[in-house]
Design a protein around this ligand. Structure first.
Ligand SMILES: [Zn+2]
Length: 273
């Protein structure tokens, strides 16, 4: 009989939580401290060409790039283009430059590959997607809420579950905590801007959320790129036709559910299933 073999998240989990916050403004400092307290991971989408802009309100100021590595340690830093244009309206000659120059500047600063993106103002088109792909961008987030828990079908058109100001936000994350069917992989993907909490005087939204969803044994807390990299690695695993063994060619462990058991496939090894 054919064995049931499913990909699991690291540690044999089947739920993942990720966040995506844009623009790299000063209230990110408070957001990071709230998330760190509860072990929640976030991707921060930043613009390398806007550091010197000044604003009326202090919460609109951007964080100095020299602070990025320390502040965002343990999280992901991703591109949000150099100057935040509504990029689908930009000349196509500038689309690639907006991605690749932001990426280059961030990589020079951080000394790690930067492969994520959130489309500024949620703007994209087929041409923009091609420009992102040509710039080596592995995934890019839109602002179209799915209100669901499915994994993305197209990483360069990655629709989040919802914004934190969604009227159903609390119900959406409470329902996520209750999901238990291990035959599915579930993703809760929340996005926003930290300055909105400051501007709207509602930090309690994210504090309550972090307290409720943080520190759960059955949730994998991951950045956006960690999800993409893990799932792509899982796809590279070579499984014997009869399901009796699998070869993991990756440099990281991959977890499979085999019938009712979790099996860890160690990197570079053949493992019996
Ligand atoms: Zn933005």
């Amino acid at each position: 009989m054919l064995k049931k073999i499913y990909t699991q998240f690291p540690g044999g989990k089947h739920k993942v939580l990720t966040l995506s916050y844009d623009d790299g403004k000063v209230p990110d400092r408070k957001l990071v401290s709230i998330l760190n307290e509860h072990g929640i991971k976030c991707t921060f989408n930043v613009n390398s060409g806007l550091e010197k802009l000044s604003f009326k309100e202090s919460y609109e100021e951007r964080i100095p790039m020299s602070e990025y590595a320390r502040l965002y340690a343990g999280h992901e830093i991703a591109t949000h283009t150099v100057t935040h244009p509504t990029i689908a309206r930009s000349p196509k000659e500038q689309m690639v430059l907006q991605f690749i120059e932001d990426r280059r500047a961030l990589e020079e600063l951080l000394k790690v590959p930067v492969r994520g993106n959130a489309y500024p103002n949620g703007s994209f088109s087929d041409e923009v997607v091609e420009a992102a792909r040509a710039s080596g961008i592995a995934y890019a987030r839109t602002i179209k809420a799915t209100k669901g828990y499915d994994l993305p079908t197209d990483y360069l058109r990655w629709n989040p579950t919802c914004h934190h100001s969604d009227p159903d936000f609390e119900k959406i994350y409470t329902d996520f905590l209750d999901l238990h069917k291990t035959q599915y992989l579930y993703l809760l993907y929340v996005w926003g801007h930290s300055y909105e909490f400051e501007r709207d005087g509602n930090w309690e939204i994210i504090e309550k959320f972090a307290k409720k969803v943080g520190g759960k044994d059955d949730i994998w807390y991951a950045t956006n790129i960690e999800i993409v990299d893990y799932l792509e690695a899982a796809n590279r695993v070579q499984v014997a036709v009869d399901g009796s063994f699998a070869y993991n060619p990756n440099a990281c462990s991959i977890f499979f559910q085999v019938e009712n058991d979790t099996v860890e496939l160690l990197p570079g090894r053949i493992t019996e299933l």
